[in-house]
Design a binder for this molecule. Structure first.
Ligand SMILES: [Zn+2]
Ligand SMILES: [Zn+2]
Length: 557
């Protein structure tokens, strides 16, 4: 590096997750001489698998780029406690080993996750108060309280000598958020007055006109709907939406119903909330086991599983195998949640199962019983008026959201806007902003208790075996070249393990090996591969399937 370059520190933005998808947010800011930047990470989240990977529920961003530079990673700041922002910390932090910064509620949730997973790390955790200021390496941070669908959502103003970045995190402008203060728009304006180089902003609802609505608007509707119910009422919502839990509890109280929580994540979140002074006016929630002791018209059950998650409380209730809670004729389930794109089939199946039991459904399609936690277009425009950045960088959206948001930012008089993707290296300053490079940015899968690459043999082999079946042939080879009995075990190919096709396959292997010379028969690899090809061909001809085929060669002397 030339001394001149060393004198010219740059400010970089590199998303490794969350740009081109709604989920697994991982944002990096780098400041320093080119090639020798100090880095800070904002958020480290997961996304939920779509079912295309057998046995995998959780997907994580591949942190390889920053793991290679982890001696230059000065810290990780968590904007709020949603899974797509903190969910990967427990799986990836061991590779990063940097100090972690977050507000009290977010840390309460994080600590519970770490302890539930038997995490014995030596994590340096720094609790930052709301509106707190702190420094990480060359970055001077200031938190700005916004509103969202979880307590303590923060934007982070990141001040560097090259300029200030406003990283919004997830947000909306809710005039009455039920829990926590309204968004600190004065702070946003103050930063706008001082001058903001770039905004990195939530794109989730860029296609929604107007405003996102207020959490407080839900209370009257829920109260009125519950008043008409005669039997048990269950309300499904996102466990992390503490304001919604308070709203539902208030609607229940107005109708003389006690509230039972069904779902472990609800207990975890409400404990974290009470620990930090939220839900103070809400009476203690009852346990699942209490549900059966209350008259039907005196109970309201808040449950997880609004997205049709198969292991969540509502799915078990719908299947009739919940230990403590049953719903049937005369009971009502209210979905106080949106349908996350991709979850439609699971939700339809769940709702069918409930209706089959005689349960009445109420959803946000017909009643105003859910508001989004993300900004609609008018709120985005208001954010741009407050902050007046020179550069807009939409994130937290699929590609079409980012493109649309880029357009909107330009309409809002932002001089330049960039549609980035995971791995883009965007130079924000001091020279003209530009995407100057692309670094590796992939996905990892949580498979059981291991994190494995999505393109790796564990996942690919699982998919191959799932589609094609699996066969293992043990081939005993005598010293004189004779082949003994060939045991075959298969999975996913036959209903009858003595299927005659297996004899055809055995015969094909014998015939192929019989053609090998004495010299070739001494070559283990050649023998095994010859047997494998013969077996696969025989399977294909008999079944029109190409099972994953393995040979165990056993030499007998
Ligand atoms: Zn998010
Ligand atoms: Zn969020």
């Amino acid at each position: 590096m030339t001394p001149a370059a060393a004198d010219n520190p740059e400010l970089l933005f590199v998303p490794l997750g969350g740009a081109g998808e709604i989920g697994m947010n991982l944002n990096l800011y780098g400041y320093g001489p080119p090639g020798d930047e100090t880095w800070v990470m904002v958020d480290l989240g997961v996304t939920f698998a779509d079912g295309s990977l057998p046995g995998v529920d959780i997907i994580l961003p591949d942190p390889e780029f920053i793991v290679e530079r982890r001696d230059k990673l000065a810290g990780l700041v968590l904007t709020h406690a949603h899974e797509d922002h903190i969910g990967a910390v427990q799986y990836l932090w061991q590779q990063l080993k940097c100090p972690v910064y977050a507000t009290p509620f977010t840390l309460s949730v994080l600590r519970r996750k770490l302890s539930e997973n038997g995490f014995e790390g030596d994590m340096e955790i720094n609790e930052v108060p709301l509106s707190g200021k702190f420094s990480i390496g060359p970055f001077n941070m200031e938190l700005i309280t916004l509103t969202h669908s979880i307590p303590e959502p923060n934007a982070i103003a990141i001040k560097t000598p090259a300029g200030t970045v406003m990283h919004t995190g997830d947000w909306k402008f809710d005039p009455d958020p039920v829990i926590g203060p309204v968004a600190d728009e004065e702070a946003l304006k103050r930063f706008g007055d001082e001058g903001v180089l770039a905004i990195v902003c939530d794109s989730t609802n860029v296609f929604t006109p107007g405003t996102s609505g207020s959490e407080a608007d839900i209370l009257d509707n829920l109260t009125a709907l519950i008043a008409e119910c005669r039997g048990k009422v269950a309300v499904a919502c996102f466990a992390t939406n503490v304001a919604r839990l308070e709203t539902i509890a208030a609607a229940a109280a107005a109708n003389g119903r006690d509230v039972v929580l069904a779902g472990r994540s609800l207990r975890r979140i409400t404990d974290a909330a009470r620990e930090n002074g939220y839900l103070e006016d809400v009476p203690a929630f009852l346990d699942e086991a209490d549900a059966g002791f209350l008259p039907d018209d005196k109970v309201l059950i808040i449950c997880t599983g609004s997205q049709g998650e198969p292991r969540a409380a509502l799915a078990r209730i719908a299947a009739g195998d919940h230990r403590h809670i049953s719903l049937g004729e005369g009971d009502t389930v209210i979905f106080s949640s949106r349908v996350i794109p991709g979850n439609e089939p699971a939700i339809s199946g769940l709702q069918d199962a409930l209706v089959r039991r005689g349960v009445e459904l109420i959803t946000a399609k017909d009643h105003m019983i859910h508001v989004s936690g993300h900004p609609a277009r008018d709120e985005l425009a208001r954010m741009y008026q407050h902050v007046r950045p020179k550069i807009a960088v939409p994130v937290h959206g699929e590609h079409r959201h980012l493109v649309e948001h880029t357009e909107l930012a330009l309409q809002c008089q932002v001089p330049s806007a960039f549609t980035v993707e995971n791995g883009s290296v965007l130079r924000l300053g001091p020279d003209a902003p530009a995407i100057i490079d692309h670094v590796p940015a992939g996905r990892l899968a949580l498979d059981g208790n291991r994190v494995v690459p999505i393109g790796g043999e564990t996942v690919r082999g699982r998919i191959r075996a799932m589609w094609n079946g699996f066969a293992v042939l043990s081939v005993p080879l005598e010293a004189d070249g004779r082949v003994g009995d060939i045991p075959v075990s298969t999975s996913g190919l036959f209903d009858d393990e003595d299927d005659p096709v297996l004899d055809t396959v055995r015969l094909a292997v014998r015939e192929a090996l019989a053609k090998l010379s004495a010299k070739a028969l001494r070559d283990d690899e050649l023998v095994a591969e010859t047997a494998r090809i013969a077996a696969r061909r025989a399977f294909r001809e008999a079944l029109d399937k190409r099972p994953v085929t393995r040979i165990h060669l056993i030499r007998k002397n």
